[in-house]
Design a protein around this ligand. Structure first.
Ligand code: 13P
Length: 244
């Protein structure tokens, strides 16, 4: 269960969140929990989460380790700041910041080389779904952004299926729709990496996951977890999602 805070919260607000959140999930041992705040809050989050089961992640990274790349942050820097996870290829980065399948692959390899666990995002836009192109889009994103990983590399990633039309819109995919897309992705994994990898890979659903719809989504055997935006910003709502 991962929270993507996007561009929200300051270090002080991060500290407040953890003070409220940690007691609420102290007994939640059925899943891994991650919070991915903005870069500038990672240190505060790592400090606040120390001794708990909550892992911290970044929302992006650049694929060079260091250099003259103004404004960028590298995998080794994220790792050194105490984070374990990194979200890669989120649709907002694809839509607004020029992310492509090729750069998703570069970032994923760099994250793995730095010892971070990538959460690699895929998902179709509304027009693509309406044109019955969901499977084509997922296949293209998988082939371009993931399928060049070695078997060992692939075993370390988590995939997040986030239909763009469901993100921040309150329009959640029905459990059946999400499960269909997850089956497509798992089929691609099976074809490329084999049945064992397909059964082991964790595929998270993201897009308007809330305390009142998480149970239905998680009832689908295909859905292994959730990547939560808005509802992860408030301790009570993210804790009820974690403890669905
Ligand atoms: P919302 O949960 O706010 O729809 O955001 C989903 C998302 O983009 C998580 O990465």
């Amino acid at each position: 269960m991962a929270g993507n805070w996007k561009m929200y919260k300051t270090p002080a607000q991060t500290k407040d969140f953890f003070a409220a959140f940690l007691p609420l999930v102290a007994e939640a041992k059925h899943c891994e929990i991650a919070i991915c705040p903005p870069f500038v809050n990672i240190a505060a989050a790592v400090d606040a989460a120390k001794g708990s089961r909550v892992g911290i992640g970044a929302q992006n990274l650049y694929w060079k380790n260091e250099g003259a790349f103004t404004g960028e942050i590298s995998g080794p820097m994220i790792k050194a700041s105490g984070a374990e996870w990194v979200i890669i290829g989120h649709s907002e980065r694809r839509q607004f910041f020029g992310e492509t399948d090729a750069t998703v692959l570069e970032r994923t390899k760099a994250a793995l080389a730095a010892g971070l666990k990538p959460i690699v995002c895929v998902g179709e836009m509304l027009a693509e779904r309406e044109a019955n192109q969901t499977d084509v889009v997922l296949t293209t994103q998988f082939n371009g952004g993931i399928a060049s990983l070695s078997t060992d590399e692939f075993a370390q990633i988590v995939i997040a299926y986030e239909p763009v039309w469901a993100i921040g819109t309150g329009k959640v995919a029905t459990p059946d729709m999400a499960a269909d897309a997850h089956r497509t992705i798992r089929g691609l994994v099976n074809a490329k990496y084999g049945a064992d990898a397909a059964s082991k890979v964790r595929i998270l659903y993201g897009g308007s996951v809330k305390p009142d719809n998480v149970k239905g989504l998680m009832a689908q055997p295909e859905i292994d977890g959730a990547l939560v935006g808005g509802a992860s910003l408030e301790a009570g709502s993210f804790a009820s999602i974690v403890s669905f």
